[in-house]
Design a protein around this ligand. Structure first.
Ligand code: SAH
Ligand code: DHB
Ligand code: MG
Length: 224
């Protein structure tokens, strides 16, 4: 019952604020046909990422967890001319589908899909002196989130925004007895944010077509 209402309201929000987009429709269709799981951010959440990137004036964006490129397209479309998006994906097939989808969106020259486990790519990016990024979106394996936060901080500057998906997990995040590796990952992520003097952070709980979940939002502070 609640889920039906959340989905209906997502439909209403989408109808008004997230115009039907043949490219994004095709991206979801092609991704489903290729057998990718239907776990992209929702349209309203994609628009949220887009609004945040615009508010941030982001010129360089890092995404960890590409899937078929749906959220990458929302983020890539927020960039000004000359802006860059790098997105990290462990599954070669996902990376391949995402590249085709980013091409479909006209973002080939803007977005680069880096294949391989994000932990390795992040280490290499840092060693190569890449960054700092203006906005970082973390949405890969949840047990990896604490490590992704550490690398994100190294690839940040004061003012960088670090956003993470799926941190509420149907409320399971508040269960201190949980033994679920995903819950443990997001709980450690939140505890790390709390203990990190270089950032100011909060979590916004969300409901909608993807159920009950949440986004963690953090900003890297001046002087860091
Ligand atoms: N951000 C996407 C959804 C990402 S789903 C969107 O909203 O459209 C999570 C993705 O992270 C999957 O494609 C999965 O293959 C990838 N992933 C999981 N573990 C990873 C790792 N260690 N390194 C990089 N990508 C990983
Ligand atoms: C899963 C991953 C996600 O990033 C998400 O938004 C929803 C589900 C998953 O791995 O099941
Ligand atoms: Mg997610």
């Amino acid at each position: 019952m609640l889920q039906e209402r959340w989905t209906a309201v997502d439909g209403y929000i989408g109808a008004h604020l997230v115009p039907t987009d043949p490219v994004l429709d095709a991206v979801l269709r092609v991704s489903a046909d290729a057998g990718l799981p239907p776990i992209s951010v929702s349209p309203a959440q994609g628009k949220l990422l887009h609004v945040l990137a615009r508010a941030q004036g982001a010129r360089s964006i890092l995404e960890i967890g590409t899937l078929g490129g749906y959220s990458a397209i929302w983020l890539g479309r927020a960039l000004p001319p000359g802006g860059r998006l790098m997105t990290l994906e462990a599954e070669p097939r996902h990376a391949e589908v995402a590249r085709a989808n980013l091409a479909r969106a006209g973002l080939t020259d803007v977005a680069e899909v880096r294949p391989g486990p994000a932990q390795d790519t992040l280490r290499r990016l840092h060693a190569a002196g890449d960054g700092p990024f203006d906005l970082i979106f973390i949405d890969a394996d949840k047990p990896g989130y604490p490590d992704y936060l550490s690398w994100s901080l190294r690839l940040s500057r004061p003012g960088t925004m670090i956003v993470a998906d799926n941190v509420v997990r149907d409320g399971a995040v508040a269960d201190s007895a949980s033994t679920d590796a995903n819950v443990l990952g997001v709980r450690r992520y939140i505890e790390m944010m709390a203990a990190e003097p270089r950032i100011s952070a909060t979590v916004i709980q969300t409901v909608g077509s993807k159920g009950y979940d949440g986004f963690a939002l953090a900003v890297v502070l001046a002087g860091s």
